[in-house]
Ligand binder design. Structure first.
Ligand code: BG6
Ligand code: MG
Length: 219
């Protein structure tokens, strides 16, 4: 009895959401836009390009293409400097043991992330080898809530969407999983993730035999 276990990266495996927020906030301030934590919530899971589009829209501003591209480079450089010291200690609570448990049960594991920084981040965390398949922002053209990233992950693992389970901290990601027909498990705030099939504050809050439960769950 096997299923495809697909993990989002930022906010699920590692606590990087706070660094994306800081980097976007600085960029917004640079162009005279006030950017709040509430707005940032709506950028979770959203691609780099789409995130800047939304910030500009909220601030009622436009940028010429060249400047737009330049701002994206600056944001990423800022973000990269913030995550420079990332290590095994930044893996979110309960994730490492959950992944090891899946490995022990010979369950297939994939990453399904919008980030173009996914591979270097997994390397810094020392867990890249636990993933059988990695689909990230360098592999997909359609951003979440489009299900492309998760559909690509499950097909590379050789599974049907209905035999796949997605772990997500973002509304856009939960919607992507649901649209694909996959089981969606939300990590974080219940109100924001109310469309998920189940929500936990962290992996530590899952019942001890939760993998077994998931293996017996049908969408
Ligand atoms: C998602 C994050 O995982 O990746 C977003 O939730 C981020 O905040 C997106 O914008 C793209 O990431 P990156 O690292 O390619 O800028
Ligand atoms: Mg996320």
């Amino acid at each position: 009895n096997k299923k495809a276990f697909i993990f989002d990266l930022d906010g699920v495996v590692v606590d990087t959401a706070k660094f994306h927020f800081v980097a976007w906030q600085r960029l917004a301030a640079d162009i005279g836009i006030n950017f709040t934590e509430k707005e940032n919530e709506q950028l979770k899971g959203v691609s780099r390009v789409d995130s800047l589009k939304k910030i500009l829209e909220w601030g009622n501003k436009t940028l010429p293409q060249e400047e737009f591209d330049q701002k994206l480079i600056e944001k990423n450089n800022q973000y990269l400097s913030l995550i420079e010291g990332l290590s095994v200690n930044d893996i979110l609570p309960g994730v490492h043991s959950f992944l090891l448990d899946l490995k022990a049960k010979s369950q297939p594991i994939a990453l399904g992330s919008a980030s173009k920084n996914a591979r270097p981040i997994l390397k810094k965390l020392g867990i890249i080898d636990l993933f059988d398949v990695i689909v990230d922002g360098t592999n997909v053209t359609k951003a979440k809530p489009n299900p492309e990233v998760f559909l690509s992950a499950c097909s590379q693992l050789g599974f049907k969407a209905t035999d796949s389970i997605v772990f997500e901290d973002s509304k856009a990601g939960v919607q992507a999983a649901n649209t694909a027909g996959m089981i969606s498990i939300g990590l974080g705030d219940q109100t924001n993730l109310n469309e998920a099939d189940a929500v936990f504050q962290s992996f530590e809050e899952m019942p001890s035999d939760y993998i077994k439960t998931l293996l017996n769950t049908q969408k």
